[in-house]
Design a protein around this ligand. Structure first.
Ligand code: ADP
Ligand code: MG
Length: 729
């Protein structure tokens, strides 16, 4: 009898040394190969004609359309570059609403009508492709007879070469739209939000600096992940099917000692990280930071921040590369938000700010008082925008995996609030409490701002429990799930800030029309905002129960699960939010909402049936063996008059019987509730049953299984245990 668990453990023991790098002397400087697989500045200059280069630059900077001729020149240059590097194929690379990336490969090789074999990449193929859209979620935007979807080149994100084994493919970042041009991906709304924010922010910047003519949102993500051994991973059907363990008893030693965080990196993991970093650097992903995270087997990687569109692509690419590289090392990377119960899950902090063409970070306070008024303007407007649109921000991070984290006392709560730290809190209070907005009050406020401490340096004042924290020169959005596409929440951030800045400008203009000085007018508006948005600021412990009560009193929403949070997308607020900004029309929004709900329902259905099968086909048989053994033991002892020595066995047996009954009962309810879910009228109702009825049954079932894991003979237990999988050998 061989259990896959022991085979897996044996496989690790017998494995030759893990793949470490051959030490070939000093590692080459990263700068010598950084971006070598990117069709960036350098490659463009070398492979494009002067005029094509100028056109593509203009297109990147101002979205200017490219002529067919220019597209042909660019495509040809890209092909030459890619072929020299060993590419045989090209692919439009896009980000459908599945949350993953997608690509369809075509060869450069083709045949002409007269049968000649040639290699080509035309402008037409570069600019637009028609993958079979029918298998991608569209939320009902496409009917089956109109299944076509188009991918369209996005010149603002550079093409790159994806290496997979010996295969090399030229990947062209694209957006994915319907026949009539509606967004069906994460990228088009993101790009629209970026240009919306740009337009809204420029006039506000010009209050302070007339030279500003471009504002770009910036993003630096921090990606958390788990690494586990491949053999052990494969021996856990729940992990292979759902990305998380559906049962599993926490190991005696997990993260209580907190000895993993920032601890020394195990050698095998270190080899993986180095390999990953090399791959990333070749792709121009500027990863820079690596360290252990809080939970055992948990790690983090973070880059230098970039312009938001490229940063989003780089994160999507990273997740893909992480997965590929892990296989080389006989490891598996887990990007799920909560792969293991009882220890921390994984998030993806999104550090967000805005930068100008003049090189200014708009959320960076300076020493110069005039500049500080600009900082204060963008700072207070961000807070005001969160105050107004917190619910939409919450909806943008809603998905099945993240439900296990948010509010679970290890990650930010489902309640959105803003943390700004002591110094800034005091400053805002002083400004808000200033009496009338006469000259003297304004002067006092300006004076106060000029004395702002250097926040960039003073980064000690941190609140790790806040979902939305100011960290010196940027806001850090911490409630994003580790597996999510950053584009979702980042689209919302850009949009809410854009809307807010338009309102701000209008408010300031009203005061200016009444003859107020500019500084005075700005301060008056800010003062008003500070007063209005007070409810969203929270400096205390976000994990506490008191906060839940207080937030309620303040009128802040607490959407505890995905279906509730997604309902926000079905409100007037959301329609206006996305409509007024032009980021999504009602049709797109409706489709987006439907796809998200559908994703949720699908994930929960898979989890529920995977769990039912796991318990029925693996756990119960193991428990029954143990049960039989105990019963036989008791009978044997009874037969030779040793009844008195059977108490322990009987108690264990009783416990087993109790837990088996619990399993039987919850399996029956689980199946009943699943059946009910499948017979609901619509996907929202199905989500409700899955969330409120099926999920709790899965928990009950798990409790019984986990209790049994602690009783049943270790040799009989079929599933790799936490203590085994969380220790990378
Ligand atoms: P932490 O202590 O939270 O790890 P870091 O200073 O290391 O803070 O920054 C975390 C992330 O924030 C990095 O990816 C960094 O590049 C990014 N970041 C820094 N400045 C900005 C900015 N202006 N806009 C966006 N992201 C930024
Ligand atoms: Mg951080």
């Amino acid at each position: 009898m061989s259990l896959s668990r022991f085979n897996a453990l044996q496989a690790i023991e017998n494995r030759p040394d893990p793949i470490y790098f051959e030490d070939e002397g000093a590692a080459p400087a990263i700068a010598s190969y950084f971006g070598e697989n990117v069709f960036g500045e350098e490659a463009m200059k070398k492979y494009l004609s002067e005029s094509a280069y100028i056109s593509v630059k203009a297109s990147i900077q101002s979205g200017q359309k490219l002529s067919k001729e220019v597209a042909d020149v660019i495509a040809n240059g890209m092909r030459e570059w890619a072929q020299e590097k060993g590419c045989t194929h090209f692919a439009h690379w896009f980000q459908p609403l599945t949350g993953k990336t997608a690509e369809k490969h075509d060869s450069f090789f083709t045949m002409t009508h007269d049968g000649r074999v040639i290699e080509e990449f035309t402008g037409g193929a570069l600019v637009q492709q028609e993958p079979d859209g029918s298998s991608f979620p569209s939320g009902g935007m496409r009917s089956t007879f109109e299944a076509r979807g188009y991918t369209v080149w996005d010149p603002s994100s550079p093409a790159f070469i994806m290496e997979s084994g010996d295969g090399k493919t030229l990947c062209v970042p694209t957006i994915f739209v319907t026949y009539s041009g509606e967004a069906q991906d994460y990228k088009l709304p993101l790009l629209r939000s970026q240009s919306f924010l740009d337009k809204a922010a420029i006039p506000v910047c010009q209050y302070f600096d007339k030279d500003v003519n471009k504002v770009t949102a910036t993003l630096g993500w921090e990606q958390e992940y788990f690494l586990v051994d491949e053999a052990l991973f494969n021996a856990r059907p729940d992990l292979t099917m759902t990305g998380r363990t559906l049962v599993g008893r926490p190991a005696a030693k997990n993260q209580q000692l907190e000895d993993h965080y920032f601890g020394s990196i195990p050698e095998r993991v270190y080899a993986y990280m180095r390999d990953l970093e090399t791959e990333c650097h070749k792709l121009g992903i500027p990863v820079r930071t690596r360290h252990n995270e809080v939970a055992p087997a948990q790690y983090e990687v973070a880059p230098i921040f970039e312009e938001i569109n490229v940063a989003v692509d780089h994160n999507q690419l990273l997740m893909d590369v992480m997965e590929r590289v892990s296989r080389r090392h006989k490891l598996r990377v887990l990007l799920h938000e909560k792969p293991f119960a009882g220890i921390n899950g994984s998030g993806k902090h999104n550090n967000w700010s805005m930068g100008t063409n003049t090189g200014t970070n708009l959320l960076s306070p300076g020493k110069d008082p005039a500049k500080n008024l600009r900082f204060l303007t963008f700072f207070v407007n961000t807070i005001m925008s969160v105050y107004k649109y917190a619910d939409i921000l919450r909806s943008s991070i809603a998905h099945a995996g993240n439900d296990h984290r948010l509010g679970a006392n290890e990650a930010p709560p489902a309640i959105i609030s803003v943390f700004i730290g002591d110094a800034l809190s005091k400053l805002l209070n002083q400004i808000a409490n200033g009496k009338k907005t006469d000259d003297a009050a304004v002067k006092r406020a300006i004076d106060l701002i000029s004395k702002l401490p250097n926040l960039e340096l003073d980064n000690t004042d941190r609140n790790r429990t806040s979902p939305f924290a100011f960290t010196g020169n940027k806001f850090e959005i911490r409630a994003v799930g580790s597996s999510q596409n950053c584009a979702g929440p980042m689209t919302v951030m850009n949009t809410m800030m854009g809307l807010q800045l338009i309102d701000f400008k209008n408010d300031v203009e009203k005061h200016l029309a009444k003859g107020l000085e500019q500084e005075e007018a700005i301060l008056m508006v800010l003062k008003n905002y500070i007063r209005k948005s007070r409810a969203i600021i929270f400096e205390g412990n976000n994990y506490s129960d008191e906060w839940k009560a207080e937030a309620k009193e303040r009128g802040l929403n607490n959407f505890a699960n995905t279906p509730e949070a997604l309902d926000v997308l079905d409100t007037k607020l959301a329609a206006e939010f996305f409509g007024r900004s032009g980021v999504m029309n009602t049709k797109e929004l409706d489709a987006f909402y439907n796809v998200q709900l559908h994703n949720y329902v699908t994930k929960l259905n898979i989890e529920a049936s995977a769990l039912a099968e796991l318990v029925t086909s693996q756990v119960i048989p193991a428990v029954l063996r143990q049960q039989t053994e105990l019963a036989q033991n008791i009978a044997a002892l009874n037969a030779i008059g040793l009844e008195k020595s059977t108490t322990l066995q009987k108690e264990t047996l009783k416990e087993i019987i109790t837990q088996l009954e619990a399993i039987q009962e919850s399996l029956a309810s689980l199946n009943k509730q699943l059946d009910k879910a499948h017979h609901t009228e619509n996907v929202r109702d199905e989500a409700e049953v899955l969330c409120k009825k099926v999920k709790p049954q899965m928990e009950t079932l798990r409790d019984a299984v986990d209790a049994l894991e602690g009783i049943v003979d270790d040799q009989y237990w079929p599933l790799v245990k936490y203590r085994e999988i969380l220790r990378v050998h």
